[in-house]
Ligand binder design. Sequence first.
Ligand SMILES: [Zn+2]
Length: 141
Amino acid sequence: MNAKKTKKVRPRRVCPIHHRRLVKPKEKHEFEHWDCPVDGCKMSCGPGKTSRATDRPTRKMRNLAHRKFDVLWKFPLETKIHFGHAGYGLMREYQRRVLAYRWASRVMMLPFENTHIGMFSADQCLELVSHVENLLDGVEK
Ligand SMILES: [Zn+2]
């Protein structure tokens, strides 16, 4: 007897309105994404592991939030932001990214496991952007 796992894993790429599994469009797009198969539905999901399907306005806000936030851990020398005072030169990008998300989880008062831009609503994206701007202006730490 083989011990095949029968437990069903809930697919993450599902339309939150129609509960249909999202499909990869046939035409080539600039960004990899999956769309709801229901005609006229604008729900779509990006490629990231933590990405959740959402509508176009929210996706636009998530893109903005990524552009603003990613600068913090990608360019520590330019921004002079170094989380955890670990120094920017020696820290690898991955560690800086984790620390940046820890900071975001703290200032947004969210559990760390839910602190992913791909899970954020448009409002949460705006909230993150304003925290990032405050941080860069030296208003918050
Ligand atoms: Zn849909």
